[in-house]
Design a protein around this ligand. Structure first.
Ligand SMILES: Cc1cc2nc3c(=O)[nH]c(=O)nc-3n(C[C@H](O)[C@H](O)[C@H](O)COP(=O)(O)O)c2cc1C
Length: 149
């Protein structure tokens, strides 16, 4: 493992909806960026179907997963399939956040975010976004990258 890989800590889902189409993907490259206003960054490859939907919907949720089998299973569903040819929400239960982002049942918490700016970062694009609402659903430890290795 390279030291750069040890920077990664937690694993999340990034979900969105656009004109009735729901999708999301697993993401480890997520970070807080500012206290005031409350900003975060998510680094997504433009090849992700999720990226294209967020570019249009201009909103997404960062979903915190539990560090348990449910979290691992959800991270695999969302990280190993593309929404281009697979409906990730067809086989799971979910509800909608205030911004109408789909939140899978079993999530620990979510942050509803509005896209502020897209910043090119090599082969990825940083989504700089403002947190407009954040809620705990239940307490627990967040899914760790090492749980998936
Ligand atoms: C543990 C894990 C972490 C990931 N982190 C990221 C990430 O930070 N950024 C990214 O663009 N893709 C990341 N991916 C890859 C996407 O989740 C994956 O390509 C997904 O299938 C894309 O789905 P979509 O095409 O429906 O958006 C990660 C995958 C896994 C399994």
């Amino acid at each position: 493992m390279f030291p750069e890989q040890a920077i990664e800590g937690n694993v999340f889902l990034i979900t969105t909806s656009y004109k009735g189409k729901l999708n999301g993907c697993t993401a480890a490259w997520v970070s807080r960026a500012s206290f005031e206003p409350k900003l975060v960054t998510v680094s997504l490859s433009p090849e992700r179907f999720t990226f294209g939907l967020i570019a249009k919907s201009k909103k997404f949720a960062i979903v915190l997963l539990p560090n348990s089998k449910i979290g691992v299973d959800l991270s695999k569903i969302f990280g190993f399939h593309s929404g281009r040819n697979y409906d990730k929400f067809a086989s799971i239960k979910y509800f909608f956040s205030s911004l109408e982002n789909p939140i899978p049942k079993g999530a620990l918490a979510y942050l509803d975010c509005i896209l502020v700016r897209k910043i090119k970062a090599g082969d990825h694009i940083l989504l700089l976004a403002k947190i407009v609402e954040q809620k705990w659903i239940k307490k627990g430890k967040v899914l760790k990258r090492e749980k998936l290795r």
